[in-house]
Design a protein around this ligand. Structure first.
Ligand code: NAD
Length: 264
């Protein structure tokens, strides 16, 4: 299927690894020009090189990098100084740490809300009206299955992402819906990335169990009996960005191998 994405411009955040990388890769393979953002220039460059090598020569489409912290105003200003108009924006940053809410202070909450709620909103604010004027736009927020099925130890994530989810539900149904702009959230379950491995490492330290034992236990609880891959997550993202997905907006799409146990 031709997704109709050739020549579009995408901003993909948290793109050097994991799910953001998967989205940048899938879009680039569809002929989208991609601006990849992450904090570490060397890792980002390597990630972009891998995508360029896989895609081969295509003079009409570019893979550009911008090493910035997307959760800061200065970082976002530097990104938009590189390029300001995008047809596609994938918002993403590292997830907040796990822990016991009794240990979290106001600063911990502010950091989580800043990274996982206010940063996506700032990115949307900076791009959505120009998308609407041009009559095409796709905004994808990478959130978490924890929005639908909150996980006790991920309280910072549950809270901050729920705020974003509420905001997006209203925005997606505003005037922009009639102007060709869709806004959707992708809710990953367990994906084989540094983030997941970091959470296992933290849990292993607390429980005394090995990382392998914890990972095996988690896999058993997923109907697909495995973790997802960044490549398959990216493919879902590319479809949601496609011309064909123009009638899908305001949705929270679980990509979790069936882990959420509910009919809806
Ligand atoms: P990851 O840690 O593997 O990768 C995160 C990427 O974001 C990296 O490229 C990192 O460099 C970049 N990044 C982090 N903070 C940044 C910042 N401030 N500015 C710019 N770039 C930044 O994480 P992942 O597994 O790909 O997860 C992506 C998102 O999805 C996270 O918010 C995570 O909490 C969420 N999530 C992941 C899973 C999973 O199983 N992997 C499950 C549920 C939710």
């Amino acid at each position: 299927m031709d997704l109709g994405l050739q020549g579009k411009w995408a901003l993909v955040c948290g793109a050097s690894r994991g799910l953001g990388w998967g989205c940048a890769r899938a879009l680039a393979l569809e002929g989208v020009n991609v601006l990849m953002v992450a904090r570490r220039a060397d890792v980002l460059q390597e990630a972009a090189d891998a995508i360029r090598a896989e895609r081969g020569q295509d003079p009409a489409a570019e893979v550009v990098v911008c090493a910035q912290d997307i959760t800061t105003e200065a970082g976002r200003a530097a990104v938009f100084a590189t390029r300001s108009d995008f047809d596609i924006v994938v918002t993403n940053a590292g997830g907040p740490p796990s822990g016991n809410f009794r240990d979290w202070e106001r600063e911990d909450w502010i950091r989580a809300v800043d990274a996982n709620m206010l940063t996506p909103i700032a990115l949307i604010k900076a791009t959505v009206d120009a998308m609407a004027e041009r009559g095409y736009g796709r905004i994808i927020n990478i959130t978490s299955s924890a929005v639908k099925a909150p996980i006790d130890l991920l309280g910072l994530s549950n809270g901050a992402r729920s705020g974003l989810t509420g905001f997006v539900a209203g925005l997606a149904r505003s005037g922009i819906a009639a102007q060709g702009v869709t806004v959707n959230n992708l809710l990953p379950g367990a994906f084989d990335t540094d983030r997941l491995n970091g959470l296992f490492a933290a849990a292993a330290q607390k429980s005394g169990q090995s990382v392998d034992a914890l990972a095996a236990q988690r896999r058993k609880g997923i109907p697909a009996q495995r973790f997802g891959t960044p490549e398959e997550f990216g493919a879902v993202c590319a479809f949601l960005c496609s011309a064909q997905a123009g009638y899908i907006t305001g949705q929270n799409l679980l990509v979790d191998g069936g882990a959420f146990s509910g009919a809806f």
